[in-house]
Write a protein of this length. Structure first.
Length: 159
């Protein structure tokens, strides 16, 4: 079923009637400005191909595990920053396209994604075994004059 590039995006379309279509094997939801994967998608137990490319998705839901027959997932050209650790075992049976996402965890490199689940899992294990954690944070303190902003910021950095 092809529901690509719906005018106004799928966020303005009721997908519930699709639940009656129980034997959908291919679903193309490309370019619909989706910010979440519609819940109705997870009711298609026979789904083999799911194309969610060119949307505004920020995460990959754990509900993907319910798609037991899925062979291909295209989530390219979205806003996903983290691949969930819980979906790593699922990667061995599904061809996944995450190209053009701002992936940070694990970082998008061909070595990591091209080698599949084992390389992604090795990345996560390296995080657990690494004693050096590099976190960076920016703090902006707002308030009235003489409220203690400078004292607080100095205390936080150990001055």
């Amino acid at each position: 079923m092809d529901i690509c590039h719906t005018v106004g995006g799928l966020n303005h379309v009721d997908l519930e009637p699709m639940m009656k279509l129980t034997h959908i094997e291919k679903l193309y939801l490309t370019g619909n400005d989706l910010v979440d994967v519609p819940d109705v998608v997870f009711s298609f137990s026979h789904l083999e191909v799911l194309d969610l490319s060119l949307n505004k998705l920020k995460y990959v839901p754990d509900d993907m595990l319910s798609l037991k027959d899925l062979e291909e997932l295209n989530m390219s050209h979205n806003l996903v920053q983290v691949w969930p650790y819980t979906l790593i075992p699922w990667m061995t049976s599904v061809k996944i396209d995450m190209f053009r996402n701002p992936l940070c965890v694990p970082p998008w490199t061909w070595e990591r994604w091209g080698e599949g689940a084992a390389a992604v899992q090795a990345f996560y294990k390296s995080l657990l075994n690494d004693n050096l954690v590099n976190l960076r944070m920016t703090l902006v303190l707002l308030g009235n004059s003489f409220a203690g902003k400078t004292s607080l910021s100095r205390a936080l950095v150990g001055e």
